[in-house]
Design a protein around this ligand. Structure first.
Ligand SMILES: Cc1cc2nc3c(=O)[nH]c(=O)nc-3n(C[C@H](O)[C@H](O)[C@H](O)COP(=O)(O)OP(=O)(O)OC[C@H]3O[C@@H](n4cnc5c(N)ncnc54)[C@H](O)[C@@H]3O)c2cc1C
Length: 497
């Protein structure tokens, strides 16, 4: 628990805005309200005893961002370190944002929201809250609910059920539940999975273990580069202020990312060749890159894992780590039997197998006491939902930094609150216009475009989208940043009362 963490009891309270979650999105929400809506009363409710969300939950060796902090950090606070940052560095940055914006007193820790009911007669959300430290429950009323609860369950990661798991005599660990006293000393470790978590963990434990094997069913695309930003370093060299460097570097990065994402669609074969050639530099021509590092999907269809300073490939090249591409038949007492018949001995097996989707922070939602089917709502720009008044959810980007969207939504909501105040409006809900009712209603994400495991398993629990940007989360920051700025609050898509 860091020094900002305090336990407070949520009394029966009434707020203009209630923010759920004190992760990077909830802290952004608080900062925007403090800055642009100074007269609004608000609270940030957080079930942990500290802030940071994702960056507090994950404690495995090497835990770091895979986005650069120029864009994963906020627009309003310059990032001055190397682009890829450790969880501790991110937490320190967030702590400074809390201090600099006097947000400490607005965050109530150890408070889990369990139920939320919208009451049309009072135009209020009624929330049931449990203080996880005392066990006490309380009620909160809020005019607007700003959901910053992320997208996955913090309490437990996803581990598939394999035959024979109970026979294994060693430890099975999930990175989301990493023990403080872990020691790899002299151990044979198998890490199941090859996403960003496995790629981070392996080079960070390889030196302390006997050997680490990355066992993957199928390969992942990796992007590797030096953990430095040339433009930022050049501007620093000529003594430009950090306040000036930050927005320029941010713009450069989002511009380059958009161009790269477009290239992944328009010339996937060329991008694939370039990504693989970066790996070849470290592993050499004799390494079986086809088998271990060549996915059968186009780049960016699943999250592309960034490997700063090629640390994963250096561990493989040194012989401390290796890759096996195969499927698990079953766990045995001594390790894993693979479908090929090969056996992998292990003292510890790490299941870097991903997350469980948590829809709406596992809060039981109802509208006028009728249980809400969230997956039957249609999303307005991936942030508001038909049939859910005075409600917004921050769902960030898959291919760009999540935080870009946290701020975009925050900016929009502050304008919406101004508009509602100026026009004495109590509630707002997006609704399909007559002309929208003929559009195809589709799943939240086009799985041809992006299909990570947690969405393949549980994506059906998410709201629906239409086939135009207004009725979907387009995942395109460049387009959205222009469109969000131009949203007409008098548009008949918004039903006000
Ligand atoms: C290991 C890892 C690395 C990542 N790296 C990147 C990256 O480099 N770049 C990127 O763009 N994205 C990354 N992501 C995605 C990442 O989750 C987001 O970028 C970002 O941190 C999410 O912030 P958030 O505040 O929206 O949600 P979270 O960080 O998930 O925080 C949500 C908070 O809400 C609280 N909460 C949830 N439900 C309730 C409830 N019912 N009552 C009270 N409190 C509740 C939780 O306790 C939590 O503290 C990464 C994800 C993981 C798991």
């Amino acid at each position: 628990m860091n020094d900002k963490a305090v336990n407070q009891k949520a009394e029966t309270q009434h707020y203009d805005v209630l923010i759920v979650g004190a992760g990077i999105s909830g802290i952004a929400a608080g900062r925007y309200l403090k800055t642009f809506r100074p007269n609004d009363s608000f609270a940030i409710l957080e079930e942990k005893n500290t802030f940071g969300g994702t960056w507090d939950t994950h404690k495995y060796p090497g835990i770091r961002s895979d986005s650069d902090l120029y864009t994963f950090g906020y627009s309003f606070k310059p990032w001055i370190g190397p682009p890829i940052a450790s969880a501790q560095e991110i937490l320190s940055y967030l702590g400074e944002v809390i201090d600099e914006n006097n947000l400490d007193s607005t965050i109530q820790y150890g408070q889990r929201i369990t139920k939320a009911n919208w009451c049309s007669s009072s135009n209020l959300w009624n929330l049931d809250v449990t203080n996880l430290n005392s066990g006490q429950t309380s009620q909160i009323k809020a005019k607007f609910l700003w959901m910053c609860q992320g997208y996955y369950r913090h309490s437990k990661g996803y581990t598939p059920n394999w035959d024979g798991m109970e026979d294994f005599e060693g430890d099975i660990l999930h990175p989301q539940d990493w023990p403080d006293d872990f020691s790899g000393n002299g151990k044979e470790i198998v890490v199941i999975g090859s996403g960003a978590t496995a790629a981070t963990l392996i080079p960070n434990i390889a030196d302390d273990c006997k050997h680490v094997t990355m066992l993957q069913r199928s390969p992942t695309f990796f992007l590797t580069a030096k953990n430095a930003n040339e433009l930022a370093d050049t501007l620093r060299e000529i003594e430009i202020d950090e306040e000036v460097i930050h927005p320029i570097v941010r713009k450069r990065i989002v511009y380059d990312q958009a161009a790269f994402t477009l290239r992944c669609r328009t010339e996937p074969d060329q991008v694939k060749k370039e990504l693989l050639s970066m790996i070849k530099i470290h592993l050499g021509d004799d390494y079986d890159i086809d088998k271990h590092f060549t996915p059968d999907y186009r780049p960016w269809r699943q999250r592309l894992a960034f490997v700063p300073d090629a640390d994963l490939f250096k561990s493989i090249a040194s012989g401390k780590a290796s890759v096996v591409t195969d499927e698990i038949e079953r766990f045995t007492s001594k390790g894993l039997l693979l479908k090929s018949g090969e056996e992998l001995g292990a003292d510890t097996i790490v299941t870097a197998t991903g997350f469980n989707l948590s829809v709406l922070g596992d809060i039981e939602f109802s509208i006028d006491n009728t249980s809400l089917a969230f997956n039957e709502t249609v999303t307005y720009r991936g942030m508001m939902f038909t049939g859910m008044p005075n409600f917004a959810w921050v769902f960030g980007y898959f291919r760009a930094s999540w935080t870009l969207r946290s701020e975009m939504v925050a900016e929009f909501l502050c304008k919406l609150f101004d508009h509602m105040e100026e026009n004495s409006i109590s509630s707002v809900v997006p609704a399909l216009r007559e002309s929208d009712k003929t559009m195809p209603i589709l799943p939240w994400v086009d799985e041809e475009d992006f299909n990570p495991g947690y969405l393949q398993r549980e994506g059906h629990l998410l709201p629906k989208r239409g086939n135009v940007n207004e009725w979907q989360h387009s995942q395109d920051y460049w387009t959205e940043s222009k469109e969000f700025a131009e949203i007409d609050l008098n548009d008949d898509v918004f039903v006000y009362r």
